[in-house]
Design a protein around this ligand. Structure first.
Ligand SMILES: Nc1ncnc2c1ncn2[C@@H]1O[C@H](COP(=O)(O)OP(=O)(O)OP(=O)(O)O)[C@@H](O)[C@H]1O
Ligand SMILES: C[C@@](O)(CCO)CC(=O)[O-]
Length: 308
């Protein structure tokens, strides 16, 4: 038994802002993926995954909702027979390991499911996002449902606002010097406590003003620049975003990266931003000249995501 592949995602722009109606842009990240498999003898990672699936099955069984129904008997039987999610997607890294599980469970066990082959109207996308939000809330409290949606569709998703999502084409990669990359912080980050810190900060009027006047404004500009393929404006706006995040989202940046973050802004070699909720996992980087950024970041593990 081997199911279809579900990919990791990268939220290029929109973390936190999408909770408060900024734009957002998420793309599938094909370097990591997962699929259901079955083993006669479960051990190691497979055994752990099988245990996670059983816990998740119990959550789905207890769900009382009209949004979606599952073939729970089949799911239970498959888990008992040794099914696990064989996944290379790192957990707690901001690239959606739980989103891929949710997408895979929906694909295999949902009844009357919305398939990726049908004409995906805005209504259907919103319904899927709501279902996925509910299914993913098991893993980290409130969820926008965006990660599983991205993994399920394997398409870039543009969030125009909370109630307006669509799949979009992103400009073809160029063979230029510029790049988007991931920097491995080598620390696990947890989404829920970070979102709680954000919600606490939102009680402060000054923070709310900074969020709408600066953070959301720069985020929206970055999304527009990226989709139009306007690299020059994009780097200008990512630099502004990088500064605002360093000044106002310090708890979401592991402290040993504060100086490195500032070094990028001062040297213009690279600009760092949060990748998902932050607090560890990956940090997302934008570099006008990737070779220069690599030299400036020696000693750190970088993964190339997109080339300008
Ligand atoms: N291979 C797997 N098999 C079974 N369950 C898994 C697997 N990978 C991840 N999970 C589930 O997802 C949980 C991790 O999800 P969590 O939302 O905390 O992190 P994440 O999705 O990696 O991060 P982020 O939401 O920041 O992208 C695990 O505790 C486990 O329940
Ligand atoms: C921090 C957040 O905005 C993105 C995490 O990937 C939370 C969410 O919208 O689900």
């Amino acid at each position: 038994m081997k199911g279809p592949l579900f990919y990791a995602k990268i939220l290029l722009f929109g973390e936190y802002g999408i909770i408060k109606d900024s734009k957002g842009l998420a793309i599938p990240y094909n370097s990591y993926n997962g699929a259901f498999k079955k083993a006669d003898v479960l051990e190691g990672k497979a055994l752990k995954s099988n245990g996670y699936l059983l816990a998740y099955y119990n959550y789905l069984k207890s769900l009382k909702t009209d949004l979606v129904q599952f073939d729970l008997a089949q799911l239970e039987q498959d888990i008992t027979n040794g099914m696990y999610f064989d996944s290379s997607i790192p957990q707690g890294y901001g690239v959606g390991s739980s989103g891929a599980i949710v997408a895979a469970i929906y694909e295999k066990y949902a009844e009357d499911k919305i398939t990726v082959l049908e004409n995906l109207t805005k209504d259907k996308l919103l319904r899927l996002k709501a279902i996925f939000g509910l299914m993913e809330s098991y893993f980290h409290g409130t969820s926008s449902g965006l990660d599983p949606l991205n993994s399920y569709l394997s398409l870039p998703i543009l969030i125009q606002s909370k109630d307006n999502v669509e799949s979009v084409g992103i400009p073809y990669q160029q063979n230029g010097k510029g790049a988007v990359f991931l920097l491995d912080s080598k620390m696990i980050g947890e989404t829920e406590p970070m979102v709680n810190i954000f919600m606490e900060k939102m009680k402060n009027e000054g923070f709310r003003k900074m969020l709408s006047d600066e953070f959301v404004a720069h985020t929206d500009a970055c999304v527009d620049n990226f989709l139009r393929g306007d690299a020059k404006s994009l780097f200008g706006n990512v630099k502004k975003l990088s500064k605002v995040v360093l000044d106002n989202f310090k708890p979401m940046i592991p402290s040993k990266f504060h100086a490195l973050w500032k070094k990028g802004i001062d040297s213009n070699d690279y600009y760092l931003k949060l990748c998902g909720s932050g607090g560890g996992g990956y940090i997302l980087g934008f570099a006008p000249d990737f070779e220069k950024a690599k030299a400036s970041l020696t000693g750190h593990d970088l993964e190339l995501v997109y080339r300008f």
